[in-house]
Design a protein around this ligand. Sequence first.
Ligand SMILES: [Zn+2]
Length: 314
Amino acid sequence: MNVRALRWASIAASLVVASRADAYCRSRTVRDVACDTFDASGCPTCGVPLFWRSRCVGFSLQQDASKQVAYDAAERAVVRGFARWSAAPCPGGTASIDARDLGPVLCSAVAYSTRAPNQNTIVFRDGTWRPDGATSNPGGLRGETIALTTTSYNTRTGELVGADMEINTAQFSFSAAGDPAPDAFDLEAVVTHEAGHFLGLAHTGDRSAVMYAGGETGRTLQRELKTDDVDAICEAYPSDGSRTVDVGVAPSGQLAATACDPEPANGLATECTANASPSCRFAPARHVGHMHATLTVIVLALFRKRRNRATMRA
Ligand SMILES: [Zn+2]
């Protein structure tokens, strides 16, 4: 397997979109592959864009981190990854969203509870990649997903209520040292990309951008936001504190942010909530973006086709 040439097929599965859109797209309440209408930029137009309403959002690293990357180093990479998005230079200031480190948690599950406290977990999968997603990724394709961010949101408004990030350390090498080996992914670059998904951004067709659906081992280039990434985060979270939403959500297309409240919905829990739902199977009006795990299969199928056909070397 040519690790160097693998793309990360994380959330959004927007390879389909990336191949259509020249520039950024925002993640939406309707998954990309279920949508066949596009705007002038090539972005899907089904559903409404995702956004966090609060001026800030909290995240929590799972306390065990990884055998490959210790907690402190992982935490630094994640903090820096999110900070890049917050520091994006928008007209009139910087993007009006920032992420707060709420400290380690015990819970390693991707889940969301509508009634009990939650955690927006960032977890390394050292043992088995997505043991809970075995049925949604048949044929062993899941092994080719480098990282995955699963979001929970209000399906009517697009307001995000939870997000969990998983890093596939079971099958890939990562480095937090800033000078990754030829076969290792730069953790900070991967986390910066996933943080974009966490904040509601989809993939872009701009191959130089952080949100491009591909990454390479041995390089740190994709750490730094490019113009396309900046444009994306500034559209979603303008410096004036508004959120750019669908006109069906707010007639002006702008919704004022609420004050910074980094705690997850219903408060922060360090342990998993017993009855939290692991996927789409829960309350009406709320929907977990677990679909992305399923979508990944489709994207990876495309990859596989490409790899079989042409340039990717084993
Ligand atoms: Zn991605």
